[in-house]
Ligand binder design. Structure first.
Ligand code: HEC
Length: 442
C-alpha cells in the first residue's frame, strides 16, 4: 500500500469507527477491544511468547494503545504478507475493517477500560502446545545447540532418525523453539541419509544429504499446522527429521533445544498431503534453464527475476503455499494457468519478508485440473536499498546459507486419484510418485 492510500484508509476507518461508536456508545477495552486482542494478538503477545509485550490485561494494553492503533491501521500487525486481492486463507489473522475501526475509535476516545463484567475470560493455550490435544509424540533436537554470544551463524542442521517402525499419518505438527531469544526461525524437513552416516555426524550442525521435503516451518507465534480432516502427511521409517535452525546471537552465550510435536490422525485418511516445490522447471527471460545452470544474482541489481513452473499431470487439490527465499527475496506470485486458457493469481506476496516464513493455507483447497500449469514469478533485490542485504556489492550464489539465495515455492497438495478410501494398498504404491524428491534450487 502506498502512503497516500494508507492515510486515506485510516481516515476512512476512523470515520466509520466514530459512527459505529455513536450508535453503540464508545468502544471499551473490556467489551470491544479485549475480544479482538485475545483472538488475533495474544498467541504471540503473552507470557513466554515472541511478542515484545503482553497484551492480555487492561494494565498491559493501555500503555501500548497508540502503538496498537498505528500497527493495526498500517496493517503491520498481525504479520501477514499476502495481497488481499488474491485468495482467501484460513490462517489469515488480519483484522477486519470493522475491528480496525473499533480500535481506532477506542484510542481516539482515550482508550477507556469499560465495565469489568464485560471482560471475556483470558485466552487459553494448551500447556505450550497450541493444537487441541497433547501431542502423540514429541521429538527433541538431539543436543542443546550452543549459540555463541555474537557473530553471524550459518544455518545449523541436526538430525534425529524417525523412531517409528511403520509409516505414520500426521494430522498436525508443531515446532517449538527451546529458547525463543535466539531461534529466529526454523524448519523441520524429512530427509533421507546414506546408510554410512554415523551418530556423531548427526549433531555437527553441518548439512547432510539433500533437501527432502518440508514438514513444517516454525516462525514466531505460528503454533500448530493441521491438515484437513481425512488428509495427513506420511512419515516413513528409515528417514530423518532434519532440524534446520536459524539462530541469531544476542550478546550472551545461549543454548537451544527445540522440540517437534506430532499428532497422529485418529480417523481413516483418504488423501496423503504431499509437499513439493512448484519450481520443477526454471525459466528466465523466456528461456528454460537447465538444472545447475541457473546464473548467480549479479551485484547491485534490485529486481532480478526468475520463474518456476510445474506442469500438472493429474487432477490435484492444493492446500497451501509457502514462499521460501533468503535475504534478497523481494516478492513471489503463484499463478495457475488452466487448460481452458484462464489465468488465476492464487497467491501474491508483494513484499516478501524473510523474518516470517508463513504458510498460506487456502480457505477452500484449490482444485487444479490435469493440463494446468502452475507458474511462480519471483524477484530478488541485491541492491543497497534492501535493508536486509548484507553485501550488495557481491554476486549472490545459490545455497543454503541465508546470505546465499534459494528459490523454493513450496506447495502442499494431494493427487485426487490417489484416494485411499477407494484403492488397494498395492494400487496406491503403484500410483504414488516415485519417492518424489522435489526439484529444488539449492
Ligand atoms: C505471529 C505473532 C504476532 C502476532 C499474531 C501479533 N504480533 Fe505484534 N509483534 C510480534 C513481534 C515478534 C513483534 C516485534 C517486532 C517484529 O518482529 O515485527 C511485534 C510487535 C508489535 C508492536 C510494536 C511494539 C514496539 O516495540 O513498537 C505492536 C504495537 C504490536 N506488535 C501489536 C500487535 C497487535 C495489536 C496484534 C493483533 C492485532 C499483534 N501485534 C499480533 C508478533 C506478533
Amino acid at each position: 500500500m502506498n502512503i497516500r492510500a494508507c492515510v486515506a484508509s485510516v481516515v476512512l476507518f476512523g470515520a466509520a469507527g466514530a459512527n459505529a461508536a455513536d450508535a453503540k456508545g464508545t468502544p471499551t477495552f473490556t467489551r470491544d477491544i479485549a475480544p479482538i486482542l485475545y483472538d488475533r494478538c495474544a498467541v504471540c503477545h503473552r507470557e513466554g511468547d515472541i511478542g515484545p509485550m503482553k497484551l492480555i490485561t487492561y494494565e498491559q494494553v493501555r500503555p501500548w494503545s497508540r502503538a496498537i492503533k498505528d500497527v493495526v491501521a498500517q496493517g503491520k500487525m498481525p504479520p501477514w504478507f499476502a495481497d488481499p486481492n488474491h485468495g482467501k486463507f484460513r490462517n489469515d489473522r488480519r483484522l477486519t475493517k470493522e475491528q480496525v475501526a473499533k480500535i481506532v475509535s477506542w484510542v481516539a476516545a482515550g482508550s477507556p477500560k469499560g465495565d469489568p463484567k464485560d471482560l471475556p475470560p483470558p485466552p487459553q493455550f494448551a500447556d505450550g502446545w497450541s493444537f487441541k490435544r497433547p501431542p502423540d509424540v514429541v521429538i527433541e533436537m538431539p543436543l542443546h545447540a550452543k549459540v555463541p554470544a555474537d557473530g553471524i551463524l550459518d544455518m545449523q542442521n541436526y538430525y534425529v532418525k524417525v523412531p517409528f517402525t511403520e509409516e505414520k499419518w500426521v494430522e498436525a505438527v508443531e515446532l517449538r523453539p527451546g529458547n525463543r531469544s535466539v531461534v529466529h526461525h526454523s524448519i523441520v524437513n524429512i530427509v533421507s541419509l546414506p546408510d554410512t552416516v554415523k551418530p556423531e555426524d548427526l549433531i555437527t550442525g553441518k548439512k547432510l544429504g539433500r533437501i527432502g521435503w518440508k514438514l513444517i516451518g516454525q516462525a514466531p507465534g505460528k503454533g500448530a499446522e493441521s491438515h484437513h480432516h481425512g488428509t495427513a502427511k506420511r512419515i516413513v521409517p528409515g528417514t530423518y527429521f532434519e532440524f534446520n535452525m536459524h539462530y541469531t546471537t544476542n550478546g550472551k552465550e545461549q543454548t537451544d533445544k527445540s522440540v517437534l510435536g506430532l499428532w497422529f490422525a485418529k480417523d481413516p485418511i483418504h488423501h496423503e498431503v504431499l509437499t513439493t516445490s512448484a519450481a520443477q522447471e526454471l525459466w528466465r527471460e523466456g528461456q528454460k534453464i537447465p538444472r545447475g545452470k541457473l546464473p548467480n544474482i549479479p551485484a547491485n541489481v534490485d529486481n532480478w527475476e526468475i520463474v518456476g513452473k510445474m506442469a500438472v499431470k493429474d487432477d490435484i487439490t492444493v492446500y497451501s503455499m509457502s514462499p521460501h527465499m533468503h535475504f534478497r527475496g523481494k516478492d513471489m506470485r503463484y499463478t495457475v494457468s488452466y487448460p481452458d486458457g484462464r489465468d488465476e493469481v492464487v497467491l501474491n506476496v508483494p513484499k516478501y519478508n524473510y523474518e516470517w516464513q508463513l504458510n498460506y493455507e487456502f480457505d477452500n483447497p484449490l482444485k487444479v485440473p490435469a493440463g494446468s500449469t502452475i507458474s511462480v514469478l519471483a524477484h530478488y533485490d541485491n541492491s543497497k536499498n534492501n535493508p536486509r542485504n548484507p553485501a550488495p556489492n557481491e554476486e549472490v550464489i545459490w545455497g543454503q546459507q541465508s546470505w546465499n539465495e534459494m528459490f523454493i515455492p513450496w506447495m502442499e497438495y494431494s493427487i485426487d486419484k490417489l484416494d485411499m478410501s477407494k484403492l488397494s494398498r498395492e494400487e496406491i504404491e503403484k500410483l504414488r510418485r516415485p519417492a518424489a524428491r522435489p526439484a529444488i534450487v539449492e
